[in-house]
Design a protein around this ligand. Structure first.
Ligand code: F0G
Length: 359
C-alpha cells in the first residue's frame, strides 16, 4: 500500500533497505523494520588522548530498542515472516528479548522470551513486557535458557531468533559496513564486548565482505573482551556458573564460540577478559568524559583498551573503533548506586545559588 504521508523526506531506511544487495533478501521478503542502524560513529577526543590512538565510538544504543540487536532482528523477523512463522522464541540476557519482542509485535507475531530469573536489567524486562512478549523467567542462566529455547523450536511451531539463526549475523554485519562507509577504510583495530559471540562473528563477516569487494584496503584486528567471571573463550572451558555485574554478557558457553576464535585468529586479534571493577570504571568514564551513556556490559571494550594500555600492550597512533553495544538507560542501577545523597532544596534563589556554589 502506498503511504499517503510519505513525501520522500530523507530518512535512514533501516539496514535491509540500506544494504539490500549485501543481504539474503528478495522482493518476496516482507521488510519488518523500525529503521535500525545508521548509528553515530562519534570521535572520542578524551579517550583518544588518554589512549594515544584515534578512538571512535560506534554508538549502538541509539538503535530503536536501544542495542545493536535490532540490526540482526530486522533480518531474523523479516525472514521468519517470509516463511510464514506465527511465533518466535529467543533466550536472552535482556537485549535480544527486548528487540525480538518489538520486531515480532510489529510483524504481528507472538514473541516468547526466556530470560534468567533475576539476572536481567529492569529496563530490558520492561521492554519485553511493554511489547507484549510472553516472558518466562527461567531458574537457570542464559545458557540454560538457550538450551530450552532450542528444544522448544525443534519440537514446536516457533522460530528461533537467537544469533544461532544465521539471519541475525547477516543483519548485524551491517555495523561493519557503516564503519567503513564512514571512515572510508576499515579501522586498524575493532574492539567490542563478547558474550554469546554473535557480534564479533558478524563484524568480522562484514569487514571481510567489504574487503573482498575492495571497498576497504585492509582488515581490522578484532579485539574482544569478556567479563572475568564469564570468560569461557579466554579460559578455554565452559563456565558452569558465570558471574558478573555485566549481566548482558553473563554467558558461560557462547553459541558462536568457534566463530569468535576464527575471527580472533584470522584477524591476528585477541580475546581477553576484564574484571567487573574495570568494566564499571570504564562505564563511568565514557559517560563522564564523552557524554555517552552505555550499559555496563557495553563498556567492556573500553575497559579492555585501558587494561592493554596499562600493560603497555596497546599500539600507538592507530585508528580504533569501539562498539558500545547498548543504551545506559536500560540499566541505571550502577549510576544510582554511586550517586550519593540527593540534594533537596526549597524554591529559594539564594539557597539554590549557594548550594551550586555560584557567587
Ligand atoms: N553488549 C550487550 C549490551 C549485549 O546485550 C550483548 C549480548 C553483548 C554485548 C554481547 O554480544 O552476545 O553477540 O557477543 N546480549 C545477548 C542478549 C546475549 O540476550 O541480549 P554477543
Amino acid at each position: 500500500m502506498a503511504l499517503f504521508g510519505n513525501k520522500g523526506v530523507h530518512q535512514w531506511r533501516g539496514v535491509i533497505d540500506e544494504y539490500r544487495k549485501w543481504l539474503p533478501v528478495s522482493d518476496a521478503t516482507p521488510v519488518i523494520s523500525l529503521r535500525e542502524g545508521g548509528t553515530p560513529l562519534v570521535h572520542a577526543l578524551y579517550l583518544s588522548k588518554l589512549l594515544g590512538n584515534e578512538i571512535w565510538l560506534k554508538v549502538e544504543g541509539t538503535n530503536p530498542t536501544g542495542s545493536f540487536k535490532d540490526r540482526g532482528m530486522t533480518m531474523a523477523i523479516s525472514k521468519a515472516a517470509e516463511s510464514g512463522a506465527k511465533a518466535v522464541i529467543c533466550a536472552s540476557t535482556g537485549n535480544t528479548s527486548a528487540s525480538a519482542a518489538a520486531y515480532a509485535t510489529k510483524a504481528g507475531m507472538k514473541p516468547v522470551v526466556l530470560v534468567p530469573e533475576g539476572k536481567i536489567a529492569m529496563g530490558k524486562l520492561a521492554q519485553a513486557i511493554a511489547h507484549g512478549a510472553t516472558l518466562l523467567q527461567v531458574k537457570g542462566n542464559f545458557d540454560d535458557c538457550l538450551t530450552l529455547a532450542r528444544q522448544l523450536s525443534d519440537n514446536y511451531p516457533v522460530a528461533l531468533v537467537n544469533s544461532v539463526n544465521p539471519y541475525r549475523i547477516e543483519g548485524q554485519k551491517t555495523a561493519a559496513f557503516e564503519v567503513v562507509d564512514m571512515l572510508h577504510e576499515a579501522p586498524d583495530i575493532h574492539v567490542m564486548p563478547v558474550g554469546n559471540a554473535g557480534n564479533i562473528t558478524a563484524y568480522w563477516q562484514g569487514y571481510q565482505e567489504y574487503y573482498k569487494a575492495k571497498i576497504s584496503k585492509q582488515l581490522p584486528m578484532m579485539w574482544g573482551f569478556q567479563a572475568a567471571g564469564a570468560a569461557p573463550i579466554v579460559k578455554r572451558k565452559i563456565i558452569k556458573n558465570p558471574e558478573t555485574i555485566a549481566t548482558a554478557i553473563r554467558i558461560g558457553n557462547p553459541a558462536s564460540w568457534d566463530q569468535a576464535v576464527i575471527a580472533q585468529v584470522a584477524s591476528k586479534g585477541l580475546i581477553d577478559s576484564v574484571t567487573d571493577k574495570e568494566i564499571l570504571s570504564a562505564y563511568r568514564l565514557v559517560a563522564a568524559k564523552e557524554g555517552i551513556f552505555v550499559e555496563p556490559s557495553s563498556a567492556a571494550g573500553l575497559a579492555g583498551l585501558i587494561k592493554k594500555k596499562a600493560q603497555r600492550k596497546l599500539p600507538k597512533d592507530k585508528v580504533i573503533v569501539i562498539t558500545v553495544t547498548g543504551n545506559g538507560l536500560k540499566d541505571v542501577q550502577w549510576v544510582l548506586n554511586g550517586a550519593g545523597k540527593p540534594i533537596v532544596i526549597p524554591v529559594d534563589l539564594k539557597r539554590a545559588a549557594k548550594v551550586i556554589g555560584l557567587k
